[in-house]
Design a protein around this ligand. Sequence first.
Ligand SMILES: Nc1ncnc2c1ncn2[C@@H]1O[C@H](COP(=O)(O)OP(=O)(O)OP(=O)(O)O)[C@@H](O)[C@H]1O
Length: 259
Amino acid sequence: MAKVGKNILSIKDLTIGYNSKMVAEHINFDLETGMLCGVVGINGIGKSTLLRTLGGFQPKLSGNILLKEQNIEKYTSSNLSKELSVVLTEQPASKNLTVQELIALGRQPYTNWLGSLTKEDKQQIEDSLDAFLLKDLRHRKCHELSDGQLQRVLVARAMAQDTSLILLDEPTTHLDLYHKVQILKMLQELSHEKQKTILFTTHEIDLAIQLCDRILILDGKEHPFGNPCELIEQKHFNRLFPSEMVQFDAKTGSFKVNK
Ligand SMILES: Nc1ncnc2c1ncn2[C@@H]1O[C@H](COP(=O)(O)OP(=O)(O)OP(=O)(O)O)[C@@H](O)[C@H]1O
């Protein structure tokens, strides 16, 4: 169980989209220290748009995004990089770096203009290599890694950045079931043990139900938010997909195909 603490992220009546195209509106939720939260919903409903908006990669259309009770637009980019790290689905441009070098980039917000690493920076990099089982791969070039290994490196870089909030867009894409569970368990440990607040988008609803403290369902209307048990009891997962194809089984917390 997550030890819940102070409020980290507060989303109030947020509308997201592109110029005049509204993608989702009336999004409301709060996340506290140490919470792992999954964002689920059908293809094209706006999960990535939400994540990119929260990460500051595109402007919101209206509403408020409060990070540690301060409007996110009020942060300078230097202060924001100490509070918020983002892992997107796009492959990093810096794949020619070694695993250790890429993770060290996470320390950029803290290093001086020469980029020299302090003892604390080095310790943080070491802890991140350790937490994501990357010690043996530290000298490998990132372009030589499997998708699962690269995903662990990208999350480890976010951990090295040591921010209170970490956002990840589909961290389990292209991974087999074992590696999906592995990365999600690592994220769960990072949130609970190191008291990080982690929000990630996913299509792995069954796994999110088992591992997340909170789930946000983007459904084009109410966007229910709560702990997985509450959402199951309120039958929100039953309405996620057209029922002639798949049905949610509340007993097992998973979807079954209608044969
Ligand atoms: N750059 C863009 N400009 C305009 N519309 C966009 C842009 N990117 C995405 N969209 C549209 O916004 C809507 C939401 O897309 P988004 O990628 O956020 O959905 P998603 O829930 O992440 O989908 P998926 O599960 O397929 O990854 C879609 O209708 C999509 O076509």
